[in-house]
Ligand binder design. Structure first.
Ligand SMILES: [Zn+2]
Length: 270
């Protein structure tokens, strides 16, 4: 599943090909994505010049004068800019034809992604109520400490709550908690301000690093092992159940928290 670093890498890769271009036409071969492609997108987008492409959580917002296309890659989606004559594959559901002679092609075997529309001046319901971006100054240890007081939920579940902070996916939550030395099951409300400061810094460091490893080409940003932007040998705990901790040698354990596999070192994390 594409995580925040891969979506940000996609944004950076697409921007030079999209910004300033006009969408000449849409070719929708399969409108039934996670939600049907709305009529507003089909009627509003053609003829519009792309002003900017922004990321919010794991959504991409392609801004034009009347509004923004809201794109999500779901579990298996990808966006590529290709020559218009590129043969169409069975999972290539949507093309935006651009005035550059290229197409923005949306490919998604499982169709859990979406292409929606947000009129200018409005906030789409999917974006309402989201917490701050983890790499912004609005996210820090004080925010985690303040928002967690009185909360009995496990800290990993708290950290993955999109209303607290967006885009800290399962891999990155496990790795950040290890780096900060915090046991994933510890009650969010019991963790000190100092430890949250360290955790926030580790979240920022790990996400920023993953973005730099995301690569600069659109074609290469998803690696075959399903851990795009991050090499498997760089992971300290994620996916390493039964293997020795790289710091202390204790065997890494796996538990399920909030229905997600969670990996930790019982010695390094308290
Ligand atoms: Zn350890």
């Amino acid at each position: 599943m594409p995580e925040l670093p891969e979506v940000e890498t996609t944004r950076r890769g697409l921007a030079p090909h999209l910004v300033g271009r006009t969408v000449v036409a849409l070719h929708i071969r399969q409108p039934r994505l996670r939600w049907p492609i709305p009529r507003e997108l089909r009627t509003q987008l053609p003829g519009q010049r792309i002003e900017a492409i922004e990321r919010r959580a794991k959504y991409l917002l392609v801004h034009t004068e009347p509004g923004s296309a809201l794109l999500h890659l779901g579990m298996s989606g990808s966006l590529r800019v290709l020559p218009a004559a590129t043969p169409i594959g069975v999972h290539d559901h949507v093309d935006w034809r651009l005035d550059s002679g290229r197409v923005l092609r949306y490919t998604d075997p499982r169709r859990f992604g979406c292409q929606l529309w947000q009129p200018r001046g409005e906030v789409h319901p999917l974006l309402a109520g989201l917490g701050p971006e983890p790499l912004s100054d609005d996210f820090d240890g004080d925010l985690l400490w303040t928002r967690s007081r009185g909360r009995a939920a496990a800290v990993k579940v708290f950290l993955m709550d999109q209303a607290i902070v967006v885009g800290v996916g399962n891999i990155y939550a496990s790795e950040a908690l290890f780096a900060a030395g915090i046991h994933p099951k510890r009650a969010a409300g019991s963790i000190s301000r100092t430890r949250y400061a360290r955790l926030a810094n580790e979240v920022k460091r790990i996400l920023a690093y993953a973005i730099t490893r995301g690569g600069t080409t659109l074609r290469d940003f998803i690696s075959p092992d399903g851990l795009p932007g991050y090499f498997e040998q760089e992971l300290f705990v994620y996916g390493r159940e039964g293997e020795p901790c790289k710091v202390c040698g204790t065997l890494i354990r796996a538990i399920v928290l909030g229905q997600r596999s969670t990996y930790y070192c019982p010695r390094c994390q308290r």
